[in-house]
Design a protein around this ligand. Structure first.
Ligand SMILES: *[C@@H]1O[C@H](CO)[C@@H](O)[C@H](O)[C@H]1NC(C)=O
Ligand SMILES: *[C@@H]1O[C@H](CO)[C@@H](O)[C@H](O)[C@H]1NC(C)=O
Ligand SMILES: *[C@@H]1O[C@H](CO)[C@@H](O)[C@H](O)[C@H]1NC(C)=O
Ligand SMILES: *[C@@H]1O[C@H](CO)[C@@H](O)[C@H](O)[C@H]1NC(C)=O
Ligand SMILES: *[C@@H]1O[C@H](CO)[C@@H](O)[C@H](O)[C@H]1NC(C)=O
Ligand SMILES: *[C@@H]1O[C@H](CO)[C@@H](O)[C@H](O)[C@H]1NC(C)=O
Ligand SMILES: *[C@@H]1O[C@H](CO)[C@@H](O)[C@H](O)[C@H]1NC(C)=O
Length: 504
């Protein structure tokens, strides 16, 4: 009975659409920052949306798009509300900035309107129900990148890590990036130590020393200049001879790390080149197909002719440009499907449901959206393969859809012992700890009384050490929280975007 009526509805809908031959008007709102410093500023994304809509010309969908300045903040919500007084949009695209996107996503759920965007990338948006239930993310979020690290850590049998990020107190890109790793690791019971760089100081000896006391695998997010300084400091502390592995996350501008980011033309180049042997860079896996090159050329031409951008202004097609193109394609595809089944374009939940758990052909290759409405991410790892010239190349790839981390064949890996180092020294970390270890070793070879005695001693020392460490970390955290909470940056409070890292 139900199937029959559904079938009838479907038939009726199709007939209606075919008989009338009419177009369906789609009223879309795009929320992006006008300021051109962003990789997803309005002028960079607009040509991609135009291109996608043109490619849909035969689909009978008549898009009219309104572009609003998100200002990468609360204005996104205000502008959306203002413009919706007379008529609500059918679909919302953007924002990308996390603090702009959160209230817009909540409103979209309340209004039952699909929101499709190449962001926001923060892990907090993984929890779709109930407030972000209408949000579909067409670019891989930071938690997908965290899954890549998880696959890598499992493969290399690493279980403890230092996370180092630069805090800018504004958009907090590095905070959210590192949070993605934390998000993936925290359920695994890994030992995680987090360190924050508050200023781009000249020396990073202090941070490097702290890292040295706690971990051997280090994941960092900071500007390329800061990364270089950290690596130089690590080099001076003797941490670049193979016992430590440093990762640097540079998702969007990997050209920076492709070749010679160690090279700055200053007196530290030689040291930096040596230090960078211990550095690997994580970036997006970029794919391309013939159609993509046409798209890229068109983007260049459009931005030059229509928006008078100089060639230096555009850095080519990045993940966000691709993402917004694919967002239009995904929405259009889902909408057609839903109309075909006899539902209306205002049935937001049905459209959202159709967009999730699907694979479709994006501009650069296949795009897969998981059952939670987030895109699966593919990532690459770049490392130095020629110590003499300092050349770097891709050594491994991660495919999100089948969650496999694969080393590229025929690349020269510069692991000191031919394999990844263990994640802790054979005798634990700090000095006291290794001393305890040694006395344990002696005890074992001595008479039973001494064994028992020294074991007890070890246990006591260990307990003391653990207790002290825990205590110290609590203090550090409290101090950090206090600093963040002192009112100066109140607009960044956690009630805006729920965060895993700062409440840890
Ligand atoms: C497309 O939409 C615009 C604005 O809503 C309208 O003016 C135009 O007539 C529509 N075009 C078609 C072919 O329906
Ligand atoms: C990306 O890196 C290149 C090469 O260093 C640089 O010229 C460009 O400004 C960077 N782009 C962005 C958006 O940071
Ligand atoms: C670095 O340069 C070498 C030689 O110029 C080239 O073979 C290699 O592909 C480059 N690596 C990257 C990641 O651009
Ligand atoms: C570039 O854009 C201009 C103006 O929109 C157009 O006339 C020209 O044909 C385009 N060139 C290419 C190669 O697409
Ligand atoms: C929207 O679609 C769902 C099926 O996914 C249906 O149960 C619901 O009644 C529809 N709502 C409207 C307003 O058509
Ligand atoms: C996703 O789709 C596949 C088939 O396309 C289906 O087997 C699976 O149950 C779906 N998952 C969810 C969570 O809906
Ligand atoms: C995972 O997917 C990638 C890309 O689709 C493919 O190249 C690779 O062989 C797959 N790996 C496994 C183990 O299925």
């Amino acid at each position: 009975m139900r199937a029959v009526s559904a079938g009838l509805a479907c038939l009726y809908g199709t007939l209606l659409l075919l008989a009338s031959g009419s177009t369906v008007d789609i009223n879309a709102v795009v929320l992006l920052p006008v300021e051109s410093t962003y990789l997803f500023s309005m002028n960079k994304i607009r040509p991609a949306i135009d291109y996608a809509i043109q490619s849909l010309a035969e689909s009978r969908l008549n898009f009219s798009v309104r572009y609003l300045d998100s200002e990468c903040g609360n204005k996104a919500l205000f502008h959306l509300v203002d413009i919706s007084m007379l008529q609500k949009p059918d679909v919302i695209m953007g924002p990308v900035c996390d603090y702009a996107a959160a209230p817009v996503a909540r409103l979209a759920s309340h209004w039952n309107i699909p929101m499709v965007s190449a962001g926001p990338l923060a892990s907090g948006f993984v929890h779709k129900m109930p407030e972000y239930a209408y949000l579909t993310r067409v670019s891989p979020s930071y938690s997908k990148m965290g899954e890549m690290f998880l696959a890598m850590f499992r493969r290399y049998r690493w279980k403890r890590v230092a996370l180092v990020y630069a805090e800018d107190f504004e958009e907090r890109t590095c905070f959210f990036t590192i949070e993605g790793v934390h998000f993936a690791f925290v359920g695994e019971g890994y030992e995680i130590h987090t360190f924050t760089i508050y200023e781009e100081e000249d020396h990073f000896d202090h941070i490097v020393q702290q890292v040295q006391e706690h971990a051997r695998i280090v994941i960092m997010c900071a500007s390329s200049q800061t990364i270089r300084k950290v690596m130089l400091a690590a080099h001076q502390q003797g941490m670049t001879s193979g016992d430590y592995v440093f990762f640097n996350i540079e998702l969007f501008n990997s050209s920076l790390y492709g070749n010679g980011s160690w090279k700055q033309g200053d007196k530290f180049d030689v040291e930096a080149k040596a230090a960078y042997q211990s550095l690997q860079t994580v970036t997006l896996l970029r794919s391309a197909k013939p159609e993509f090159y046409k798209f890229a050329a068109d983007m260049k031409n459009r931005s030059r002719h229509r928006y008078n951008l100089s060639p230096e202004d555009d850095n080519g097609v990045n993940m966000f440009v691709e993402g917004f193109h694919d967002a239009v394609v995904l929405y259009a595809k889902a909408l057609q499907e839903v109309l075909k089944q006899g539902y209306s374009k205002t049935n937001g939940s049905k459209i959202v449901e159709t967009m999730w758990n699907t694979t479709f052909e994006g501009i650069a290759g296949q795009v897969s959206i998981d059952a939670n409405g987030d895109r699966y991410g593919d990532f690459s790892v770049i490392a130095m393969t020629e110590p003499e010239t300092g050349n770097q190349e891709v050594i491994a790839d991660y495919y999100g859809l089948n969650a496999t981390f694969e080393l590229r064949p025929n690349v020269r890996l510069l692991w000191a012992n031919g394999m990844p180092p263990p994640d802790e020294p054979s005798c634990g970390f700090t000095k006291e700890h290794s001393a305890t270890c040694k006395s344990c070793g002696l005890g074992e070879s001595a008479v039973t009384g001494i064994v028992v005695g020294s074991l007890l001693g070890c246990a006591l020392l260990l307990a003391f050490y653990l207790f002290r460490k825990k205590y110290r970390i609590t203090i550090e955290r409290r101090a950090q929280l206090h600093e963040v909470d002192n009112g100066k940056h109140h607009h960044l409070r956690e009630d805006s975007v729920r965060s895993d890292l700062s409440t840890a």
